[in-house]
Design a protein around this ligand. Structure first.
Ligand SMILES: [Zn+2]
Length: 309
């Protein structure tokens, strides 16, 4: 079965200014690499719909949602934090990104596909219930997870987040939600400086020091994530797929390689096969060095497409 590949051209319209690392060329670099690696023939394309206000309101405050959605640019570009700028096209792009996570969840839970990948921006995992931050407006992965729980009645959903930054928004949204297990690795101390002190049986945070190699990353996942996932037995897996821990990505000081992303994806797939009927929805988060991003996503997708081994 091919995987579902979700995207929408509106995701390219959000533009936080020349030189901003979170830029439309990231999405294009991924598509270019998918084409160059002949991965498109193992993927079926779906245009991402717009998320609805009701779907967003499962994880965001209504007032916050309306503040974003009513923004039309007449007020001029508006910084919601020093790195996160709201411009005229942002609401459209953000609604498509969250809508991709919704539709991907539907495709997987109605058995049209086992696996879906959302090539989307803006990313989501720093977005809080009522606040944009760290390039993120709506928490795409959280919107998808809440949809799986509310619409399909799932009671155990796991999120695996290997972005180099701690997904503070996702953690905050699900901190009191035992139906969601969040497994995360992130450079620490580093932006947003959260996560290292969390004590929770369903939030498995593994801070990694600057300079951490792929080998140590694998050790951390094996030691902390996998036993927790075995105990939790998730019915579905979401991946907050950030690729900014790559050794070539200037955003961070972790030293992961393309093959480490293939490895962690293989581990995710093994858990999905064991407990979750192979169901995985992966949504793009960070990753800013275009060549490394394209190659790492290709490595991730080859495993999800079961092309390796
Ligand atoms: Zn990141």
């Amino acid at each position: 079965m091919p995987i579902a590949y979700l995207h929408h051209p509106d995701c390219l319209l959000h533009n936080m200014g020349t030189g901003h690392p979170e830029r439309a060329s990231r999405i294009n670099a991924i598509e270019d690499q998918m084409k160059a690696s002949q991965l498109m023939e193992f993927a079926r394309y779906y245009e991402a719909p717009l998320a609805t206000r009701q779907q967003l309101a499962r994880v965001h405050d209504v007032k916050y949602i309306d503040n974003i959605l009513t923004f039309n640019g007449e007020q001029g570009d508006t910084y919601l934090d020093p790195d996160t700028m709201l411009m005229a096209k942002t609401p459209q792009a953000a609604l498509r990104a969250a809508g991709a996570a919704i539709h991907a969840t539907d495709l997987v839970l109605t058995k049209k596909h086992d696996v879906a990948f959302c090539n989307i921006r803006p990313p989501g995992h720093h977005a809080l219930r009522d606040q944009a931050m760290g390039f993120c407006f709506f928490n795409n992965v959280a919107v998808g997870v809440a949809h799986a729980i509310e619409e399909y009645g799932l009671s155990r959903v796991a999120i695996l987040d290997f972005d180099v930054h701690h997904g503070n928004g996702t953690e905050a949204i699900f901190t009191d939600e035992p139906r969601v297990m969040l497994c995360s690795t992130f450079q620490h101390p580093f932006y947003p400086c959260s996560g290292a002190d969390t004590v929770s049986d369903h939030i498995i945070n593994v801070p990694l020091l600057a300079g951490t190699s792929g080998e140590k990353f694998r050790e951390a996942v094996t030691t902390y994530w996998l036993p927790a996932l075995d105990k939790f037995a998730p019915q579905m897996i979401f991946i907050s797929a950030g690729f900014d821990a790559h050794k070539d990505d200037g955003m961070s000081l972790l030293r992961l390689r393309d093959e480490d992303y293939a490895w962690v994806t293989q581990e995710a797939l093994a858990v999905a096969d064991k407990y979750a009927e192979g169901r995985i929805v992966s949504t793009l988060e960070g990753g800013y060095k275009l060549h490394a991003l394209g190659r790492s996503v290709a490595a991730h997708l080859k495993v999800l497409m079961r092309m390796d081994g």
